[in-house]
Design a protein around this ligand. Structure first.
Ligand code: FAD
Length: 458
């Protein structure tokens, strides 16, 4: 490893803690730090890192330089009238929400955790429970400031070819310094939520297909262990921002207060195997039974509806030192048989997942490597255990056959060949990238593993 003055080597991993690697990490205080780092890049290259919430190796650069963007975190401008907000890439969505809500503004796309940076949200083109009506994060970005491989700063908007290579481009086109995001107006930070149970996978798919359009936010948790008649039984939660007049008096007095719950943090002391078939079965059973059969119009706060896991920091430690893999795919509408088979494979695999999501995506955007495409997306969080590779290989084959794809921000183990077949615009991405970064300054462990760039693998 070439030394980088002023910054020390650090072991970095993704949220799944599966494939750590060591890089020199430099905290970015000013855009000039990025320019200097890029101009001084050696052959192991440079990569921006946000809050490290991608599951696999996307925010790692073994033996090279990693720029910690979380120290560049100012909200520069909020235009309450137009909803346009200009922020540094290191600002978390949590901070952004807290800053915007007093203006009656709402972050347009919220993934399953608020502990995600704006840079990471753009680079992975993250999606939320409203994808079916609002699309993914990049669709709400009006411009980006980006330091490219020659060390120059560019402002790019959706008309610029580099924009859609950067949205979903996993940090490989440059370092995002700032973003201007179009936010929408809300009357309250609270949600009116309908909850219902579905008895099996067919019932679940039918309910989501029939009613999703009526809700801006929709998601389902499904039981990933039940088989037979109960295969794919689920709890559906859907909602929308409550209007002021819909809130009970106590909340109407503080409609834009999102609450600031304390975060407990779990230490990394959990043994391997704590999340196992027995504990997973109990969890899945209890979670299903605890949900109401049908409840309409419940008022929930942001954390309860969108981010219940954020209440516990480092909950990934529960999976023990071997870590976890998230497997998230999308298959097109019409490929329901593949979805049925995937749910059946997971349920009968002997592997266990507690966080199991099924939702419908709407139309995708122009991001060359953007994940969401119209169809069914399923995600499961699986603790690493022997034999998991066999389950993943079987699922990969199903997803490929169905014309679907895996989500790069969640992946830690797919092969380059598999991913190339899933992303038909990968060549276009490589070419766009090669034009702005011919020497391969920007690189990550993910990019090396999946050959996402044309640059020589060093
Ligand atoms: C509990 C949990 C729930 C999640 N739920 C969802 C969900 O519902 N929907 C969804 O889409 N995703 C979800 N994710 C994944 C997460 O939203 C993405 O991985 C996101 O990219 C993480 O942002 P980050 O700031 O942590 O980025 P990191 O993990 O640090 O980096 C991710 C990628 O972004 C690049 N990057 C980061 N900052 C910059 C920058 N300034 N310039 C250029 N590139 C940059 C990195 O190089 C890397 O390739 C979830 C993750 C967790 C842990």
């Amino acid at each position: 490893m070439t030394e980088h003055p002023g910054c020390g080597p650090r072991r970095l991993s993704g949220w799944g803690r599966t494939a750590p690697s060591t890089a020199y990490v430099r905290e970015v205080r000013d855009p000039a730090d990025i320019v200097a780092a890029v101009r001084g890049a050696d052959r192991r290259g440079v990569l921006a890192r946000g809050l490290g919430r991608s599951y696999g190796d996307a925010a790692q650069n073994a033996g090279g330089l990693v720029l910690d963007m979380t120290t560049l975190a100012q909200v520069h401008h909020v235009d309450a009238a137009t909803g346009l907000v200009e922020v540094d890439a290191g600002v978390s969505l949590d901070t952004l929400m807290r800053v915007l809500l007093p203006f009656g503004l709402w972050v347009p796309v919220l993934p399953g955790t608020r502990q995600v940076s704006v840079g990471g949200a753009v680079a992975a083109d993250v999606h939320g429970k409203n994808h079916h009506v609002a699309g993914s994060f990049g669709s709400h970005v009006r411009s980006l400031e980006l330091v490219t491989a020659d060390g120059t700063l560019h402002r790019v908007d959706p008309e610029h070819p580099l924009f859609w290579a950067t949205v979903g481009g996993m940090g490989l086109t440059g370092v995002i310094v700032r973003a201007t995001i179009a936010c929408r107006r809300v009357e309250s930070a609270f949600l009116l939520v309908d909850t219902e149970r579905a008895g099996d996978l067919e019932d679940l798919m039918a309910r989501l297909s029939a009613d999703d359009a009526a809700y801006p936010y929709s998601v389902s948790w499904f039981d990933s262990i039940a088989t037979g008649r109960r295969l794919g039984r689920a709890v559906i939660t859907r909602g929308r921002n409550a209007l002021l007049e819909e809130l009970p008096p106590a909340l109407a007095a503080r409609p834009l207060d999102m609450g600031a719950r304390r975060r407990a943090t779990l230490p990394a002391v959990f043994p391997p195997g704590l999340v196992n078939r027995a504990s997973g079965r109990i969890f899945n059973e209890l979670w299903f039974r605890a949900a109401p059969r049908l409840r309409r119009g419940e008022v929930q706060d942001v954390t309860r509806f969108f981010h219940p896991l954020d209440v516990v920091g480092s909950w990934n430690h529960v999976y023990g030192p071997r870590g976890l893999c998230q497997y998230q795919f999308v298959v097109p509408f019409g490929a329901e048989d593949a979805l049925r088979e995937a749910v059946g494979l997971i349920a009968s695999s002997g592997h266990v997942s507690c966080l199991n999501v099924l939702k419908r995506f709407g139309p995708g955007n122009a991001g060359l490597l953007s994940f969401p495409t119209p169809g069914w997306t399923l995600a499961v969080d699986l603790p690493v255990r022997p034999g998991l590779d066999r389950l993943f290989a079987a699922l990969d084959a199903l997803v490929l056959e169905a014309g679907g794809r895996l989500y790069l921000a969640k992946d830690s183990r797919a092969s380059a060949g598999t991913v190339a077949r899933m992303y038909p615009r990968l060549e276009e991405f490589r070419a766009a990238r090669a034009r702005v970064d011919p020497a391969g300054v920007f690189v990550s462990d993910l990019a090396r593993r999946l050959s996402l760039t044309d640059a020589p693998i060093l």
